[in-house]
Write a protein that binds this ligand. Structure first.
Ligand code: URA
Length: 233
């Protein structure tokens, strides 16, 4: 079946479709011996031979993992400074990559897979998948600021908001649970920073319907087929 090259690359577990486009533009992808730069290139996986960085691709078995990311681990497949990555924490022969990202000092839910379609679906803002975070801020959240976070403030000239802001512990206003469908880098920290609050601790406690309750930092498990289907609904 004819398919787009970036889709095929993501199905082979190379990277998300967007990242695959970057690889194409960087001249790292060959089809039948010729380097392709055209982003809309279509191929037939049954007939065409595709190479990335000189290595021939074959479709892989799809795998899905859920990790409770500890702080002090980077969300990447490799690190030039040799720091531990989320991929290092998972024992698998498959070439997996993280779905979205968490900062070095953020803990909590991170999924890893070799399924680019799964990753695209979960990270694309148009699909409205909720992420929930527990945030420890450096001073109590004022009620009027809570309203601003819900109504929307401007980040990068774009109205940005949380869909819910609650206090998980009664009468403690430095501990806040926020929910968002945004995946922009440092989004939670930047939202608080815009109103003059520093974030001292940040943990993602839920992504769609997936959470890491009862999992210790550093612990991981396979995401079941049923859960994969539920997440992609
Ligand atoms: N928002 C942030 O600021 N950091 C994260 O790691 C995740 C969301």
């Amino acid at each position: 079946m004819i398919t787009r090259l970036n889709k095929y690359l993501s199905e082979c577990g190379i990277a998300s479709r967007r990242k695959s486009d970057e690889l194409i533009q960087e001249g790292r992808v060959q089809v039948n011996g010729s380097t392709v730069f055209e982003l809309g290139t279509k191929i037939n996986p049954d007939k065409d031979e595709v190479y990335v960085d000189g290595e021939k691709l074959k479709e892989q078995k799809k795998v899905y993992f859920l990790l409770n990311k500890p702080i002090g681990v980077i969300t990447s497949t490799s690190d030039e400074k040799n720091r531990v990555t989320v991929v290092d924490l998972i024992k698998t022969k498959e070439k997996i990559f993280p779905v979205g990202r968490l900062d070095y000092n953020t803990s909590g839910v991170i999924m890893l897979t070799n399924d680019g379609e799964f990753s695209n679906y979960l990270t694309h803002p148009k699909n409205g998948i909720e992420r929930e975070y527990t945030v420890k801020i450096d001073k109590p959240l004022e009620l009027e600021d809570k309203e601003k976070l819900l109504k929307g403030i401007y980040l990068d000239n774009r109205k940005s908001k949380f869909t819910s802001v609650t206090f998980p512990k009664k009468n403690i206003f430095k501990l806040v649970n926020v929910t968002t469908v945004e995946g922009r880098n440092h989004f939670v920290k930047r939202m608080f920073d815009a109103l003059g609050y520093g974030v001292n601790e940040l943990s993602r406690i839920r992504y769609g319907k997936i959470n890491v309750k009862n999992m210790k930092p550093g612990e991981y498990r396979i995401i079941t087929e049923k859960e994969v289907k539920m997440l992609m609904k």
